[in-house]
Design a protein around this ligand. Sequence first.
Ligand code: IPM
Ligand code: MN
Length: 361
Amino acid sequence: MAKSYKIAVIGGDGTGPEVTAEAVKVMDAAAGKFKFKVEKTYFDFGGERYKRTGETLPDSAAEELKKFDAILLGAIGHPDVKPGILEKGLLLRMRFELDQYINLRPVRLFPGVECPIKGKGPKEIDYCVVRENTGDLYCGAGGFTLKGTPNETAVQTSIYTRFQVDRCLKYAFEYARKFGKKARGIGPENTLALCGKTNVLTFVYDLWERAFHEMGEKHYPDIRRDYYHVDATCMWMIKNPEWFDVIVTGNLFGDIITDLGAITQGGMGIAAGGNINPEGVSMFEPIGGSAPKYTGKGVINPLAAICAMQMMLQTLGEEKAAAKIEQAVRDVTANKLKSLAAGKMGYSTSQVGDMVAEGVV
Ligand code: IPM
Ligand code: MN
């Protein structure tokens, strides 16, 4: 019997629904071709719903979403809603409540895509960041005293438990073993680099570093271990991106370095990520925001959403379909699109979706 997947689709705000529609179009094409079924359920979470109801996410949402095989998310962010409300109340809440403790963000330059780094191409920019997705400064620990007075203080604390660090490292080592450069036949070894700041954050990244080497020595002697401070990581991501294979890091550094990575792979039009709970329900999203000024114009690039959906199928185990979609995206960037930027692609949003879908069947 054909496998069947229940997918929750959250288009979200701004251009989110438009790009998600193209991802769904390609997913349906792949399902037809590779003989699996997808049953989609749409949710209206986002800024519009918040404005209407005053609620970011119903309390029942996490339980509801746990019934799905995966979640496809467009974008969250509304120009009329104060920054922080939707981010915390929706996106981060889903990540936390579904315990999606990995944020997997590949940094890959596809053929035909202009790279802002002189002399670097698809061969050099081909690595992946495993960002821890539940702890660090994102945990919400902190507060004010005497707020609004001249003596006011603000504290915000990074917290990591050994458990959080270990489960993230385990995922990263396993990922490096399976998808590192040696495993993919493009390098002499599989490498996992820890990105930290052990020279200043002498508690949190000391814990990460000890856990990293203990686990590597004991269980992953076949994987080469590197260490970089976060500031140096940023430098080498520009100067020598080919040094990287799989990078593992905490939540905040992961947030920052993946925006840098995204711009080296052609920008927000193409960068995708997965919020992964290896034991539960994962959520896949384009890394870019809701780009409200382009809403409804049919000019936004849907490739990031399509790549997010591709990661979703790969994670669900539909590897052949995922490989075919990746190839179709590569063909489109190599041979069709003039640019990845909104309004400059030479095609409309839905034409780009059509071309990828045609490449899949
Ligand atoms: C991201 C975003 C989010 C984050 C924001 C919107 C809360 O920047 O997914 O990288 O900081 O994780
Ligand atoms: Mn970010």
